[in-house]
Design a protein around this ligand. Structure first.
Ligand code: ADP
Ligand code: MG
Length: 555
């Protein structure tokens, strides 16, 4: 290890077998923690820290929030991050599978297998499984019923059945609304989570919802009472400030002279009245201005009954354009018929602690999801569920194959690997069979977490698959071993593709490590924390989760 000399502050070094062994135990320990949360009947974990307590059974959430000390457990937790980032679902399964593969690897190492043989065998098994997935999958024309089933399967266990169905429907409608001729445009969906109310009060609106408390976009503050609701609103958007814009063209006055000051005011008032005239000529009821509006103009607008918003956030300018069909203009002189947009209704509402403005029109290509729930935590979870669900549906459309859930796909893959491995002449055969065993951890864990006998369930599953029922899994609701399609327990093919790749990828990196060197100082290029997901372009009001829970998983 010549490299050692070049690293400063080496405090201690662990080599070869011991390193692999330690890393495996750390990875397995993390998988064990998450194992009990797998599936609809998975138990919650209580995360405690910073005076806050969070209950969740979402693997990705748990991994995100806990402080993982061991470097190897960090590698395994990366499996969950990649899975969550790739597809928005399957993080727990990926970790459970990674843990099972590590456990199998440990046994193989004890039996004298070289890590390289294991790594290669795992790679061969993955290639085989990836090619089998497309055959196991059903490739029907995707419809909304199928999409709802996919989302329901992915979120069951997070809420009760009624809320699950409600949210699945909302996610599918949100996703549909974001469809355009060139595929999904997720920026066309705005999500607002608002604490207060019931989950079932959540709604999908055609148009844009603006949180006027949090966004810079605000209603101009005038003493006159402003309308709460404007029906059949005609909308103008000005992409600049509304003050006197061309001082050069204004006559020169001396401010000291009282008469001059009067004349300046008259000039400005005339100019502002012309602005208002332009708007009233075009029957504009609502004005959105991207920058500020002069106070006197605000007063005149209010007198004319025009609802005016100033400092409209740039992204909201674009969204308003999509919601109303208005074209932003740089100055009011440019206003013409085609620049004026339309909204079926524009209304101001107080929701939870904030003031909102809803701009609704059935022709809107912008949609907004208003997510409600009793507490901030519930709303955050709901937001996360919806974002992940929409991601999942995007993956499904990109590759519209569905696989049976409830462990059916894993059992089918395991059976295939066992048959296929018979044709392998060398010790790789044993490694491939170990992968088959690891896969079966998924149905066993689903059964165990739901209070069913894992061994009985697995035996029955194997038996049914041997008889050719490749879509049979466990319905944990009833404990029945049955056809998963008929129960609507399904997953998009991409989910399983990513799951297999991520789990084996993480395990392979651990098995390839052949020494651990502890250094005192942070190494160059080390990340200062991984921020899971939310690069979706979907959300508006995502609040980042507090990180750094002092709850550590050691080994
Ligand atoms: P992950 O983070 O991996 O998505 P989940 O806790 O969401 O973890 O569990 C996903 C697993 O639960 C998948 O294998 C899925 O097929 C399975 N599953 C979902 N609903 C059911 C059900 N009703 N019966 C049996 N298994 C189910
Ligand atoms: Mg899930």
């Amino acid at each position: 290890m010549s490299q050692v000399n070049t690293i400063a502050n080496v405090t201690d070094e662990i080599d070869g077998d011991e390193a692999v062994h330690q890393n495996i135990s750390a990875g397995v320990a993390l998988a064990d923690v998450l194992q009990t949360t797998l599936g609809p009947n998975g138990r919650d974990k209580m995360l405690v820290g910073d005076g806050q307590v969070v209950l969740t059974n979402d693997g990705a959430s748990i991994v995100d929030r806990i402080d993982i000390e061991s470097p190897a457990a960090k590698l395994v937790s990366e499996v969950a991050h990649s899975q969550g980032g790739d597809i928005g679902d399957g993080a727990t399964s990926a970790i459970v599978l990674a843990g099972a593969l590590l456990r199998e690897a440990n046994e193989l190492l004890e039996d004298g297998f070289h890590p390289t043989t294991i790594v290669n065998g795992y790679a061969e098994a993955v290639t085989r499984m990836q090619s089998r997935l497309a055959d196991i999958a059903t490739w029907e024309n995707p419809d909304d019923e199928m999409r709802r089933q996919i989302v329901e399967t992915s979120i069951t266990g997070r809420w009760d059945a009624e809320r699950t169905a409600f949210l699945a429907d909302l996610a599918v409608r949100g996703y549909q609304a974001a469809q355009s001729n060139d595929g999904p445009r997720l920026e066309n969906v705005t999500i607002h989570g608002i604490a207060g109310g019931e989950t079932a009060d959540s709604e999908l609106l055609d148009g844009l919802v603006i949180d006027t408390d949090r966004s810079s976009t605000s209603l101009s503050d005038v003493p006159a009472p402003l309308p709460k609701r404007v029906e059949g609103a005609r909308v103008a958007i000005v992409d600049d400030e509304l003050t006197i814009q061309t001082p050069e063209s204004a006559p020169q006055f001396s401010i000291e002279d009282v008469n001059d000051r009067q004349r300046l005011q008259t000039f400005e008032t005339d100019e502002y009245e012309r602005y208002v005239d332009t708007l009233t000529t075009h029957d504009v009821d609502v004005l959105f201005c991207q920058k500020s509006i002069d106070d006197r103009l605000k007063a005149l607008l209010a007198q004319a009954g025009i609802l005016a918003f100033e400092r409209t956030r740039q992204d909201e300018v674009h969204k308003l354009q999509r919601a109303t069909g208005a074209s932003p203009i740089m100055r009011l002189g440019e206003l013409n018929v085609s620049a004026v947009g339309h909204a079926h209704v524009i209304e101001r509402r107080t929701l939870g602690p904030s003031e909102f403005t809803l701009v609704r029109d059935s022709a809107s290509t912008q949609v907004s999801l208003l997510l409600r729930g009793g507490t901030d935590h519930v709303v955050d979870e709901t937001e996360r569920i919806i974002v992940d669900a929409i991601d999942l549906l995007v993956s499904f459309d990109a590759s519209p194959g569905v696989l049976p859930g409830g462990g059916a796909t894993e059992v089918a893959l395991a059976a295939d690997l066992r048959t296929w491995s018979r044709g392998i002449g060398d010790r790789t055969q044993i490694v491939v069979n170990a992968v088959a065993d690891a896969l079966e951890t998924i149905p066993r864990t689903l059964a165990r977490n739901a209070g069913h006998d894992p061994i009985e369930t697995l035996l029955e599953l194997r038996h049914r698959h041997d008889d050719g029922d490749a879509t049979v899994g466990i319905d944990v609701g009833t404990g029945e071993v049955t056809d998963m399609y008929s129960r609507g327990i399904v997953a998009p093919i991409r989910l399983n593709e990513r799951l297999l790749a991520n789990a084996t990828g993480g395990v392979t990196s651990i098995l390839r490590i052949d020494g651990i060197i502890h250094v005192d100082e942070p190494m160059h290029g080390e990340e200062d924390g991984h921020d899971h997901d939310h690069e979706h372009g979907v959300g508006g009001g995502f609040q980042s989760d507090p990180h750094g829970y002092p709850w550590a998983i050691g080994h």
